[in-house]
Design a protein around this ligand. Structure first.
Ligand code: SAT
Ligand code: MN
Length: 591
């Protein structure tokens, strides 16, 4: 059965072989196809996808190597209510996760997946999360009957032979099974078995549910393994800030889905910041472990970007526009008559006619959006003009600061710094954000989203906080911790901060703080920039009084905020580290 392209069948990892054979017998595909990740294979599989109508070629003059995919309209986002953490006990999964007994879930999914690939091809997708040779990297194998998943995994991960080379004869790999079934929301499960290092996803074909290296392995299973093995798997972008003198400072930042991680990671500094440069290491996930410099070292386990299309344009993210100009799969955006792509916010005025994401004719008079609000691009990081040179470094990059941030239209100031690690963990643990279209459900509701990990933590959130606190002992030079909010609004509903490239100004203060080059003023929340420490030069219509408004802190609002934090703390009570309760008391006293 092994693909002869992979060489001597005896050299193939026998644990892999046995498992693939077993699953193939169970799912009953007509054919089993072993992916090697080569260019020839990519070309051949793309042709198959086009012939099946799964991918549609876009205008190859404007968008060489780009394809279009339209999903089932019932399958456009992550589904948290169908996502399960199947640990041995419910307590291990904790009150913020859906739980089912692993035996019961296996039983249920065995019934659904048995024979489910009859008449179809089962693709064996070996993939490596992280740079080859890195002690932080992990191997996964995803068995899938979706060619869209295969082609997306080739962009998002280091896919193919490289994974088998990294794995050798070890049986330490994530076992992922994905069966589309009939894309029925009633039979949709994204089930994680942390103790088995396994994931089974059925009934969906949407990225976050089915690209099993991403949220499933890199975050849910990853966070579980990270606690066991002494590292952190986080929903964080990683970027490098290069100063005019060549000094580089690496920063990781946790924001919930659709809060601008990709834009921030690829930011173009405003003209005033001449000779400053932002380098992208990753836009979504960071694996961090204490490293040789005494700092936390971070790798980006991914190799591509699964980014939100709406709002992306030359001004909000010029580097993304270049990145997605070739070799990109677009999902659920709108199409122009000449097979170019369009989404809300791509251009100021929409084209006169489009085909919308559901395949219907669309004009600017149409009531519905042309592109789905969670429409996405899947693009290789190699296309990114701001890709950090260190992205393939086996030891990762040393992290000087961690930023937490949510989407909050009230209460939370633009930026403040935590007093120390424990306070920083409290700031991250009490993070909140308004919900977005990245997950199905109501949009715009404030919820606690600790460290932006609420949908992605593979074990009890209280234990996760403990792990964060314990990590302090392992890190000689801990990152400074900050909180930001780009999304605060005034009473008229206008944003108080312009965001995007101007975020460089916040970043500059953060870098200066890490390097001991900027003063701060102490306020109840933490440290904030002193009046002369925050560079406003060259900003249009923005002065110190506008900054003061964006930074303002109303103790009454904050007392209410602390009460809102209690909801999560009560839920986690039996596992909540006492340090966090103490931090809450200190904050109340300062207020
Ligand atoms: O859809 S994904 O889960 O991959 C992206 C996100 O929601 O962060
Ligand atoms: Mn994400």
């Amino acid at each position: 059965m092994p693909n002869p392209k992979l060489g001597d069948p005896n050299a193939i990892n026998s644990a892999v072989l046995h498992w693939v054979e077993e699953m193939s017998e169970h799912c009953g595909p007509d054919k089993t196809f072993w992916c090697d990740g080569s260019i020839e294979e990519h070309e051949a599989l793309t042709n198959v996808a086009v012939s099946q109508g799964v991918l549609v070629p876009l205008n190859q003059t404007k968008l060489p190597g780009c394809y279009y995919h339209r999903s089932n309209p019932n399958d456009v986002a992550r589904v948290e209510q169908c996502t399960y953490i199947c640990t041995q006990t419910e307590e291990e999964a904790g009150p913020t996760n859906n739980w089912m007994d692993p035996r019961e879930m296996h039983h249920k999914l065995d019934a659904l997946t048995k024979g489910s690939m009859r008449g179809r091809t089962m693709y064996v997708v070996p993939y490596l999360m992280g740079p080859p040779g890195s002690p932080l990297s992990k191997v996964g194998i995803e068995l899938t009957d979706s060619i869209y998943v295969v082609l997306s995994m080739r962009i998002m991960t280091r896919m193919g032979t490289v994974a088998f080379e990294h794995l050798g004869q070890s049986d330490d790999f994530n076992r992922g099974l994905h069966c589309m079934l009939d894309i029925n929301p009633e039979r949709r499960y994204i089930a994680h078995f942390p103790q088995e290092n396994a994931v089974i996803s059925v009934g969906s074909n949407y990225g976050g549910n089915v690209l099993l290296g991403k949220k499933c392995l890199a975050l849910r299973i990853g966070s579980f393994l990270g606690r066991r093995e002494g590292w952190l798997a986080e929903h964080m972008l990683i970027l490098g800030v290069e100063a005019p003198n060549g000094d580089k400072t690496f920063i990781a930042a946790a924001f919930p889905s659709q809060c601008g991680k990709t834009n921030f990671a690829m930011m173009t500094p405003p003209p005033h910041f001449k000779n400053w440069k932002i380098w992208t290491v990753g836009d979504d996930i960071a694996w961090m472990k204490p490293g040789p410099t005494g700092r936390l070292h971070a790798i980006n386990p991914e190799a591509g970007y699964f980014g939100v299309a709406p709002g992306t344009n030359g001004e909000t993210n010029a580097n993304a526009m270049v990145t997605i100009s070739c070799d990109t799969i677009y999902t659920n955006v709108a199409l122009t008559p000449d097979m170019d792509v369009w989404w809300e916010g791509k251009t100021k005025t929409p084209p006169p006619e489009l085909i919308d994401w559901k395949g219907n004719p669309w004009t600017p008079a149409s009531k519905e959006k042309a592109a789905h609000p969670n429409s996405r691009f899947t693009a290789p990081m190699a296309n990114n003009p701001s890709l950090a040179h260190e992205v393939n470094d086996a030891m990762g990059v040393p992290i000087s600061a961690i930023i937490f941030g949510g989407r909050r239209s009230t209460t939370i100031p633009l930026v403040y710094q935590a007093f120390n690690w424990i306070h920083g963990v409290y700031v991250g643990a009490t993070m909140s954000s308004e919900t977005t279209a990245a997950a199905t459900g109501a949009v715009g509701q404030v919820r606690r989203d600790p460290m932006a990990m609420l949908p992605f933590c593979g074990y009890n959130m209280g234990e996760y906080f403990k792990h964060w606190l314990n990590m302090r002992k392992e890190i000689q030079i801990p990152p400074r911790i900050f909180h930001v909010n780009w999304f605060r609004k005034n009473d008229r509903g206008e944003y108080l901060w312009p965001g995007f490239g101007e975020n460089m100004r916040v970043l500059k203060w953060i870098v200066d703080r890490c390097r001991g080059q900027a003063d701060a003023r102490e306020v109840p929340l933490g440290w904030v920039p002193g009046p002369r420490q925050f560079d406003l030069e060259g900003m249009k219509d923005f002065d110190a009084s506008r900054l003061a408004e964006a930074q303002s802190m109303n103790p009454e609002d904050w007392k209410r905020e602390v009460l809102l934090q209690d909801e999560l703390f009560m839920k986690l009570y039996s596992h909540l580290p006492k340090e966090l309760i103490f931090q809450r008391e200190l904050l109340v006293a300062r207020l």
